[in-house]
Design a protein around this ligand. Structure first.
Ligand SMILES: [Zn+2]
Length: 267
């Protein structure tokens, strides 16, 4: 029947108040290659007039943000960026150095929109909502990404590598603070944002691994997964040689040979 966009309404919502039965199939509304929607339905839902006429091709799902109709994280992120006004933490997310999937996780975390135990219907075996790391405190965004006793020592180590020290506080205070202090666009802050997004993504992946497969990695492995991805990303950059780049190479165990010599001044 071709590419049919969704308008965010359930089929039940679409036919509520109309003469159609809940078992109605879309094909029943196609007559001689054209839609035969009743006028009162089109009056209620003007979007129906935008649906392309049926063309006898096979039905398929269409990812509207992508021009090809196929799912693409890049186009999804562009759409999110387009539809949301900048916020104080905006630049933490849209850092060119950060990995797209890590940006997406951080974007969800700063808005408190991940399905942590306090927000989802999920319960552990004994019916509790406790954190999958410490198994002591109820799982919230603030606890999981900042306050948890399992996570905090890794945070301290990561802050040491990035030479940024945030005293114990709350996740939202931390986000507000780094949004202000990392606002300048330079390599130092780009690396810090890369580390932040990578670590947050690894925490969430480890949490899901524990929640759904009962596979548990140690703090050391979680730290190594984070630093390995950051190193990998830095190695792929064409970094210009500078005192800061050399310190960065030292901190992240990168060979100095990857640093690009500064351009020769013109004769
Ligand atoms: Zn915990």
């Amino acid at each position: 029947m071709g590419r049919t966009p969704s308008f965010g309404r359930t089929p039940e919502g679409l036919i509520r108040g109309s003469p159609f039965s809940p078992n109605l199939k879309l094909s029943a509304l196609a007559v001689n290659g054209a839609w035969a929607f009743p006028k009162d339905l089109v009056d209620r839902f003007p979007e129906l007039a935008l649906i392309r006429p049926p063309n006898n091709s096979i039905d398929s799902l269409v990812w509207i943000p992508s021009p090809t109709g196929a799912y693409s994280l890049g186009h999804t992120i562009c759409r999110i960026d387009y539809y949301h006004l900048p916020r104080h933490w905006h630049h933490l997310i849209w850092n060119p150095l950060s990995v797209p999937r890590c940006k997406f996780t951080l974007w969800m975390v700063v808005q408190g929109r991940l399905s942590t135990m306090d927000r989802s219907r999920m319960r552990s075996v004994n019916g509790s909502r406790v954190c999958h790391f410490c198994e002591l405190v109820n799982e919230t965004h603030d606890h999981l990404f900042f306050a948890c006793n399992f996570i905090r020592p890794i945070w301290v180590h990561i802050q040491s590598i990035t030479r940024f020290h945030a005293p114990p506080s709350t996740w939202s205070d931390f986000v507000t603070r780094v949004s202000q202090q990392w606002a300048r666009r330079d390599l130092r802050n780009s690396v810090r944002k890369l580390v932040l997004s990578t670590f947050v993504n690894k925490i969430w992946m480890e949490r899901n691994s524990r929640a759904f497969t009962n596979q548990k990695n140690s703090q050391m492995i979680l730290l190594r997964q984070t630093t390995d991805l950051v190193r990998q990303k830095l190695l792929s950059q064409n970094l210009k040689d500078s005192p800061f780049a050399r310190r960065l190479a030292l901190d992240w165990e990168l060979p100095v040979s990857i640093l690009r010599p500064p351009a020769e001044p013109p004769d």
